[in-house]
Write a protein that binds this ligand. Structure first.
Ligand code: NDP
Length: 442
């Protein structure tokens, strides 16, 4: 009944393998919803939801420090606005092409629906690599990027945020350019600095939210995070704050990584050092062992999943856990996997976890805390108020519990109890489908 949708997506979007993968998972999960709701089938909700409302691709020329002209490609996919303005991050990484942005934008539709906040789905970015660039180069790139993007976004239209390679510095440069071009100070981007419209907890939100979600999973299993051994891949925004929350709650985090390799510190990672290296000095993770000689560094990031742990947190990038790594984790006794990154487990890896009864928190539910707090930043911007850390954190915690409840409930309702992948897809899809149905054929 849904096979034709997947076939059509592959035909219409050739070569966009990550997008095909994301569509396949959602489409297969929601087939029972269409059976129960023939009206969605009749109005071709599924066929429409896999087609972005708008796709933008543009030239981003800039001048490097040596005076050479550089050209990158910019993207913004405005995927679905049925339940609110397009919302989703910008990724700056050399691997970015339309297929990556489309997969991320597609996932974002359902993730945003799960947050309970009124946000549609979108995503953008560029194949620009901020690594090794000076602040001046990053600024000139961001300004050029925004000199095109500004005409397509706005606080009630499309509100971008950060993602891989886009943190506070990049958001600042883009916000400055938007403000200059529009002559308007509005909440057009989230992840802003605290003195100019940002929200407390936004920096911590994806990592903290991931652990709040994980706690709900563990509660249902009768397990405690205290004393658990954790491996968290990546050492960027999501990984750092997930590790921080784990440590606060008494878990021992023994390994993290970057795109070159991983560090293993059997006594527990010193997070202060990781933050100094990655957030302040923008260095490689291997520098950690110079400061903590008892720790070991190994090249190649896949091997991080060979480390024995109770809880695995893939917090770096898509498809970082394949079937082999999943099997290794299971062999080593992992109890829970919660995805901080987007689509970090391949479909084969997900099957291994589910088959072996490992509690599995899929990205679109487990990492929704970042965009949820971005939604709270938008609310504060509209109110022209700033909430306290405690208040915002409490809200985030409540949202993550609610997301867990929705995913668990939908899985039970559709005969897939315990399968949060299916549950999250169905709960997110149902909300958007209802809105699309109400809006007619648009
Ligand atoms: P950052 O850029 O802050 O950090 C990314 C980390 O992952 C870095 O340590 C990076 O290493 C590593 N990494 C990137 N690419 C690869 C790769 N191909 N192989 C191995 N490691 C890699 O990004 P974030 O922490 O913000 O994002 C991480 C993931 O979380 C992404 O999938 C993102 O989409 C997702 N996410 C982020 C949210 C947010 O609020 N920031 C919200 C929801 C999801 P290196 O430094 O070497 O590049």
């Amino acid at each position: 009944m849904v096979k034709h949708v997947i076939e059509e997506v592959i035909k219409r979007n050739p070569g966009e393998v990550e997008f095909h993968q994301a569509v396949q998972e959602v489409v297969e999960s929601v087939a029972p919803v269409l059976q129960k709701h023939p009206e969605y089938k009749e109005l071709k909700i599924l066929e429409r939801i896999v087609e972005p409302e708008r796709q933008l691709m543009f030239r981003v020329p800039w001048v490097d420090d040596k005076g050479n002209v550089q050209i990158n490609r910019g993207f913004r996919i405005e995927f679905n606005s049925a339940i609110g303005p397009y919302k989703g991050g910008l990724r700056f990484h050399p691997s970015v092409y339309i297929g990556i942005i489309k997969f991320l934008g597609f996932e974002q539709i359902f993730k945003n629906a799960l947050t309970t906040l009124p946000m549609g789905g979108g995503k953008g970015g560029s194949d620009f690599d901020p690594k090794g660039k000076s602040d001046g180069e990053v600024m000139r790139f961001c300004q050029s990027f925004m000199s095109e993007l500004f005409r397509h976004i706005g606080p009630d239209t499309d509100v971008p945020a950060g993602d891989i390679g886009v943190g506070g510095r990049e958001i600042g440069f883009m916000f400055g350019m938007y403000k200059k071009l529009r002559n308007e100070f509005t909440g057009v981007l989230t992840g802003k600095g605290l003195d100019w419209g940002g929200s407390l907890v936004r920096t911590e939100a994806t990592g903290y939210g991931l652990i709040y979600f994980l706690l709900e999973m563990l509660k249902d299993m009768g397990k405690d995070i205290k004393g658990a051994t954790v491996v968290s891949s990546g050492s960027g925004n999501v990984s750092i704050y997930a590790m921080q929350k784990c440590q606060e709650l008494g878990a021992k985090v023994v390994a993290c990584s970057d795109s070159n390799g991983y560090i293993y510190d059997k006594d527990g990672i010193n997070l202060k050092t990781v933050k100094q290296l990655k957030e302040v000095e923008r260095k490689r993770i291997k520098e950690y062992v110079k400061i903590h000689p008892k720790a070991v560094y190994e090249e190649g990031c896949d091997n991080i999943w060979k480390i024995k742990c109770d809880i695995a947190l893939p917090n770096a990038t898509q498809n970082e856990i394949d079937e082999r790594s999943a099997k290794k984790l299971v062999e080593n006794g992992v109890w829970a996997v919660a995805e901080g990154a987007n689509m970090p487990s391949t479909p084969e890896a997900v099957k291994v976890f589910l088959k072996n009864k490992v509690a599995f928190g899929p990205a679109k539910a487990a990492n929704a805390g970042g965009v949820a707090t971005s939604g709270l930043e938008m609310t504060q911007n509209s109110q022209r108020l700033s909430w306290s850390f405690e208040e915002t954190d409490k809200y985030l915690n409540r949202i993550m519990k609610d997301i867990y409840k929705q995913a668990k409930g939908a899985a039970e309702e559709y005969g897939a109890a315990g399968n949060l992948v299916v549950g999250a897809n169905i709960a997110g899809f149902t909300k958007v489908a209802k809105a699309m149905y109400a809006h007619g054929i648009v």
